[in-house]
Design a protein around this ligand. Structure first.
Ligand code: HEC
Length: 158
């Protein structure tokens, strides 16, 4: 009986630890559009790494909904006319770090590079925080709501 109790205690601690680390991993990826320092760092990173495709003003490439001759999609805008703000923090982080293949599958052909090993995780959060900071208040509020719902879904899955 005593051994069983010890086993139960150990499992409980391990589970708690796993939940804890999972949570902190998620919150480290939370965008911070109201943190001026992070946003200005993100703006510089955006100009250096993203603007060449997504545009100096986040306007994306022309006719971004039509495939290029290569069959690939042009870079979409990151302003409110695009759909960046329809995706939660976690999805934006993963697409930036691992490329669209993360969601679309390894065989998906895309001009969007993966930034793993190019910029750090904190820098990815900064650049996405800058992007979010440019959205109108309403789009930012909707995006907060999308994150809140994703968080609830994640908790339900645990
Ligand atoms: C070489 C061009 C290029 C560069 C540089 C680039 N992107 Fe992209 N990006 C694309 C293309 C093209 C797509 C569309 C991907 C697809 O669906 O095939 C895309 C899509 C995305 C998406 C998904 C948007 C959505 O609405 O689904 C995000 C997020 C994104 N890029 C973020 C970034 C960030 C952040 C940077 C800079 C750190 C960056 N990109 C740099 C070309 C680029």
């Amino acid at each position: 009986m005593r051994n069983v109790l010890i086993l139960v205690a150990v499992v409980a601690v391990l589970l708690g630890y796993q939940l804890y680390t999972h949570k902190s991993e998620v919150s480290e990826r939370a965008l911070q559009p109201k943190n001026e320092q992070i946003v200005s760092q993100g703006q510089a990173l955006y100009m250096a790494h993203c603007a060449s495709c997504h545009g100096d003003n986040l306007e994306g490439q022309e006719n971004w909904r039509q495939r290029l001759a290569s069959g690939r999609l042009p870079a979409p805008p990151h302003d409110e006319t695009g759909h960046t703000w329809h995706h939660d923090d976690e999805a934006l982080f993963n697409v930036t770090k691992y490329g669209p293949q993360y969601v679309a599958g390894a065989d998906y052909q895309s001009d969007m590079p993966s930034f793993e090993g190019v910029i750090s995780d904190a820098e990815i959060v900064a650049v996405l925080s800058f992007i979010k900071s440019t959205w109108p208040a309403k789009a930012q509020a909707t995006h907060d709501e999308i994150n809140r719902r994703s968080e609830i879904t994640r908790q339900e899955q645990n």
